[in-house]
Design a protein around this ligand. Structure first.
Ligand code: S3P
Length: 196
């Protein structure tokens, strides 16, 4: 697939980062369809590689094993042809993953307000970090801990509480602006190679 935004070719993967409930998978899937790229969900790839659901990876092998698998799987995915990649909320917190994303891809932080996140994560019970009495407290702690790091993403878009297509349109507009700035700066990056 030759993905492009207007006449600006997209040669790098688009990596969505952000907290659980920020809409990375749902927005990522729609974004991929609109810009003509394949969509990949890192959590699903980790589950496939492990042959276990995320809840079970945490329960059987522990969080550290999950994080190691997450880092390896994302490093592998970023060497594959450009695609839209939705990552789990903890992925961009790993310095190696962050470095790899910065070198090889364009990162987008889908930033959502606390109330929106809480409402969305309360609908499902598939997140080991939120299998707790007080989801609000854990979520607030993660916002405090992670938002400064998510802020290192190339692009920041507010994840709207309205129709998904509106957020997707904002992501596309932000991407277009990013690519235009890059080409105006004269450093439009060809597909880059990871440093060892
Ligand atoms: C996690 C987020 C989850 C999943 C795992 C850990 C995190 O992904 O990777 O439960 O540390 O924030 P989503 O952000 O897609 O829910």
């Amino acid at each position: 697939m030759n993905a492009a935004i207007g006449d600006l070719p997209l040669e790098r993967s688009i990596v969505l980062v952000g907290l659980m409930g920020s809409g990375k998978s749902v927005i990522g899937r729609r974004l991929a369809a609109r810009i003509g790229m394949k969509f990949v969900d890192a959590d699903s790839e980790i589950e496939e590689a492990a042959g276990l659901a995320i809840n079970d990876i945490f329960e059987v092998h522990g969080e550290q094993a999950f994080r190691d698998g997450e880092r390896r799987v994302i490093a592998r995915l970023l060497t594959e042809p450009a695609h839209v990649l939705a990552t789990g909320g903890g992925a961009f917190m790993n310095p190696q993953t962050r470095k790899c994303v910065k070198e090889l891809a364009i990162s987008i932080w889908l930033r959502a307000d606390f109330d929106v996140l809480l409402r969305r994560v309360s609908r499902r019970d598939n997140r080991p970090l939120l299998k707790v009495e007080n989801k609000e407290e854990v979520l607030r702690g993660l916002i405090e801990e992670r938002y400064p790091t998510y802020g290192e993403a190339d692009i920041i878009v507010q994840s709207q509480d309205g129709p998904h297509e509106e957020t997707v349109s904002e992501v596309i507009a932000a991407l277009k602006q990013f690519l235009e700035n890059e080409s105006a700066d004269g450093d439009a990056a060809p597909p880059r190679q990871a440093t060892p």
